[in-house]
Design a binder for this molecule. Structure first.
Ligand SMILES: Nc1nc2c(ncn2[C@@H]2O[C@H](COP(=O)(O)OP(=O)(O)OP(=O)(O)O)[C@@H](O)[C@H]2O)c(=O)[nH]1
Ligand SMILES: [Mg+2]
Length: 462
């Protein structure tokens, strides 16, 4: 355990009026500090025990003796605490004035104001969690949907770290085998080692590839999928946005060209966060304002990671529809045939022909029909058919994925070297590099720069 000299403190709760506010203190002087600022109902300072405690009392200014608030004191002695150091949490009444005054007396009594993420950084430096777990704490706090939160929680619990450590263990014994053989270069011993590299190496490669694949899902869960609702005017794009949101967000009228600007909302579709953009209907127009809107619609379509192309099912396909079907070709898209409640006049075979691989779903945005089917289609398209939301465990983040890709290519070099019967020293160097890269993914030998970058993303008090 790295022993930090100073004791840090910060407000751990959000600002504003709330039932409680929490001031968190961590470090070697936490107990001494509590003795200075906390009084039991009898007026005496408390003797903290070596196990966890919850005490009622008064928070006082250690210089003037003046009471600041009545508080609950949560005492969590190290190493069984968030930071693995002695931690005290003072629960005060949740108003900005009270919380600020509480922090002030704690700082006066000798604590230093914590940097953002410093509590979690200490948990990492003290070896309670690995870096992937620390990163997952941010993901958990920022999760926009239940699915994203569940996936982050898996990571907080350390599943990614466990997987990586298991891979490294196998790699280490492979390395040992290779290195021992290097010292006894008889031909038959060497070929056994080469065969071992091929066998274990391919297995490890498969596992690394799986982890890299989970990065795609991870990015979706963290950032959401930018989704553009496009179509010609009056087909019901804004109605669809409202229907998916279950509230009247965008203006809907029967006048073509109602939506002029891009209207964006976050929405949770079966646990997948979508950044959903309703756009102006795309057509040739003389109206200057509408022209700008149409330009923005085209830009939104270009940026989109998913397009919901809306057609009016109660009319035959128009040239504008066909243009849009062509324009969105190659994009990940769902074709929504809207106004299905009015009876179908659109030529379904023609739509299917233009749709190619894209799924086609019939809906009525007005009557809220077919929305479950549409949502299910979106889920499948985004997560891939083989992966249902229930099966998502942890998801690799971009930093980890980059290291894993480098590890993958070094391992591939080792494998092809083994296949060509190269000398073992070449292979050993590659294996060492794979081992180090996997270690970096969970923060082993991570430099101060990387740590600063990661922990500066945290909020104060975490
Ligand atoms: N019957 C029926 N009418 C619908 C349906 N969806 C939308 N409408 C109507 O179609 C008209 C146009 O709807 P909007 O949602 O404004 O269409 P839009 O595509 O956003 O139109 P612009 O913003 O002008 O491009 C309105 O009168 C809606 O009530 C539907 O599923 N069934
Ligand atoms: Mg509209």
């Amino acid at each position: 355990m790295v022993v930090e000299e100073d004791t840090i403190a910060a407000i751990a709760t959000a600002r504003g009026e709330a039932s409680v506010g929490i001031i968190r203190v961590s470090g070697p002087q936490a107990a001494e500090l509590v003795r200075k600022v906390f009084r039991l109902p009898s007026g005496a300072p408390c003797n903290l025990s070596s196990s966890r405690q919850l005490l009622y009392g008064t928070l006082v200014n250690s210089r003037s003796g003046e009471a600041v608030d009545e508080v609950m004191l949560l005492w969590m002695p190290g190493p069984r605490s968030y930071t693995a150091e002695d931690v005290a949490e003072l629960q005060v009444h949740g108003g900005n004035q009270v919380v600020d005054a509480g922090l002030e007396v704690v700082l006066q009594a000798g604590a230093r104001l914590a940097d953002p993420g410093e509590f979690t950084k200490r948990a990492f430096l003290n070896g309670r969690i690995d870096l992937s777990q620390a990163e997952a704490v941010i993901d958990l706090i920022r999760a926009k949907t239940d699915l994203a939160a569940r996936s982050a929680l898996q990571q907080v619990k350390g599943h990614f770290g466990e997987t990586i450590r298991a891979l490294r263990k196998r790699l280490l014994s492979l390395q040992a085998h290779v290195e021992v053989t290097m010292d006894y270069p008889e031909h038959d011993v060497e070929s056994v080692a080469l065969a071992q590299v091929s066998e274990v190496g391919s297995e490890l490669l498969g596992k690394i590839e799986e982890l890299i694949q989970s990065a795609a899902v991870g990015r979706i869960l963290r950032e959401g999928v930018y989704t553009a609702i496009v179509g010609r005017p009056n087909v019901g794009k804004s109605s669809l946005l409202n229907a998916l949101l279950r509230r009247e967000r965008a203006i809907v009228t029967d006048i073509p060209g109602t939506t002029r600007d891009v209207v964006e909302e976050y929405i949770n579709i079966r646990g997948i966060p979508l950044r959903l953009a309703d756009t102006a209907g795309i057509r040739e127009t003389e109206d200057v304002v509408e022209q700008i809107g149409v330009k923005r619609s085209r830009e939104a379509l270009q940026e989109a990671e998913l397009a919901l192309l809306v057609l009016n099912g109660s009319e035959p396909l128009s040239q504008d529809d066909v243009d849009l079907l062509r324009m969105s070709e190659g994009l990940r898209r769902v074709i929504a045939i809207n106004k299905a409640d009015l009876g179908l006049a659109v030529e379904l075979e023609k739509v299917a022909e233009f749709a190619g691989d894209s799924p086609v779903v019939q809906i009525s945005a007005k009557k809220m029909d077919g929305l479950a089917m549409l949502e299910e289609t979106i889920e499948k398209l985004v997560l891939g058919s083989e992966l249902s939301s229930a099966e998502i465990g942890y998801s690799t983040n971009a930093r980890q994925a980059k290291l894993l890709s480098e590890a993958k290519s070094d391992l591939e070099v080792a494998l092809s070297a083994a296949a060509q019967g190269a000398t073992l020293d070449i292979i050993a160097v590659q294996l060492q590099s794979v081992y180090a890269l996997l270690g970096l993914a969970i923060g082993e030998e991570a430099g101060e720069d990387l740590l600063d970058e990661i922990f500066s993303n945290f909020c104060l008090g975490k």
